[in-house]
Design a protein around this ligand. Sequence first.
Ligand SMILES: CC(C)(COP(=O)(O)OP(=O)(O)OC[C@H]1O[C@@H](n2cnc3c(N)ncnc32)[C@H](O)[C@@H]1OP(=O)(O)O)[C@@H](O)C(=O)NCCC(=O)NCCS
Length: 137
Amino acid sequence: MTASDVPPAPTIHMAPPLSPAIRVTLMPKDTNSHGTIFGGVLLSYIDLAGAIATRGYCDRVVTIKMTEVVFHQPVFVGDIVSFYTEVTRIGKTSITVKVVVEAERWRGDRELTKVTEAEIVYVNVDADRKPTPIVRR
Ligand SMILES: CC(C)(COP(=O)(O)OP(=O)(O)OC[C@H]1O[C@@H](n2cnc3c(N)ncnc32)[C@H](O)[C@@H]1OP(=O)(O)O)[C@@H](O)C(=O)NCCC(=O)NCCS
């Protein structure tokens, strides 16, 4: 097989200003009692993806609030799950990130489906875990 025989890699689906933060496939250990991916597992990745998005502005953040979490569609074992982010607000010490989660189905035609979205507020903190102004804009 030569390089020209290799089909192109799948394109990133979400358009800017959303940026890819994490891409993962999930395992049977991540399922709930219905056999689909447990929402808490997705929330954990959403929190991580949002925190990665703050890195351009902050060195150390803590999560203060997760809002508007909507699980639109289930995620299945083996799906490739991508977490896209957009910083939507920068306050004095807080920063808000929108996270959109998309699954590429493992079975069938591998369609791309928006499965979850959320908004997360982080606070920039100092070494004593106290709020500190965000200086990088
Ligand atoms: C985050 C924490 C340091 C904030 O302390 P605090 O004394 O409440 O901070 P402040 O009142 O000075 O508010 C800090 C910022 O958070 C924002 N904020 C406070 N409460 C908020 C809420 N309920 N929703 C959204 N933003 C909020 C404030 O508006 C402020 O933002 P701004 O400076 O951009 O205007 C503190 O609440 C904390 O340690 N929480 C636990 C964090 C944690 O353990 N997360 C889970 C693991 S990462």
